[in-house]
Design a protein around this ligand. Structure first.
Ligand code: AMP
Length: 212
């Protein structure tokens, strides 16, 4: 089973991917995490990527596709694609890549979240440097350490309100057309993202139970 998880910034793709990976024994590929790892390595490529991400723009398609192909080819497991494809060109490249590798996308799940929710959701978002957990803190009494592993929590550089606003514009312009690309494929489904993470997980799980 190979799943594409779509949604605007803050929709909960990372949170749901972590849960789905466990439940359905999938290999989780978050292109955002792949890019952040390249930045953390301190490489020249990482420096270029940091400038793009921190401005809230998209990394060029050719680079994304070549990075992704290496990762996909290295696993035989079913995959959950989190944050890819983000453009129609990436969606087309993904189809071509999967065909070459004798695999196919099983289902495309869109986590639908009203945009009015996005900025407030993202401003309370923190990620653990150690275990990668994503959590939402109470802004009146923010946590500083990860409740799961004690690791340091940080806010992503691209999570400021101005950057989020720009990321939403990019989402509209470049990523929403991907929804149209998949909508007629018979593999596209939307779930309501404006619910508790547990409820969203239950809704996605029901969809995936049917197609697995
Ligand atoms: P995410 O962690 O999915 O929110 O991604 C963080 C940032 O990484 C995005 O705002 C983009 O700048 C970049 N990024 C992640 N995935 C892609 C992709 N598939 N194509 C281009 N840029 C990406």
């Amino acid at each position: 089973m190979n799943i594409v998880l779509m949604g605007c910034p803050g929709a909960g793709k990372g949170t749901q991917s972590a849960k789905l990976q466990q439940k359905f024994d999938l290999y989780h590929i978050s292109t955002g995490d792949v890019l952040r790892a390249e930045i953390a390595s301190g490489s020249e490529l990482g420096k270029k990527i940091a400038a793009i991400i921190n401005d809230g723009n998209l990394v060029p398609d050719e680079l994304m596709v070549s990075m992704l192909e290496k990762i996909v080819s290295a696993t035989d497991k079913g995959i959950i694609f989190d944050g890819f494809p983000r453009t129609v060109a990436q969606a087309e490249a993904l189809d071509a890549m999967m065909k070459r590798l004798n695999r196919e996308i099983t289902e495309v799940v869109m986590i639908d979240l009203p945009e009015s929710e996005v900025v407030s959701r993202i401003s309370s978002r923190r990620q653990c440097k150690k275990c990668g957990a994503i959590l939402h803190v109470d802004l009146n009494a923010p946590l500083t350490a990860c409740p799961a592993c004690g690791g340091e929590l940080y806010s992503r550089a691209d999570d400021t309100p101005e950057r989020v606003k720009h990321r939403l514009e990019v989402y509209h312009h470049d990523t929403l057309p991907v929804k149209n690309y998949y909508q007629n494929s018979g593999k596209y489904v939307e779930v309501n993202g404006n619910q508790s993470p547990e409820q969203v997980f239950e809704d996605i799980s029901k969809v995936l139970e049917k197609v697995k």
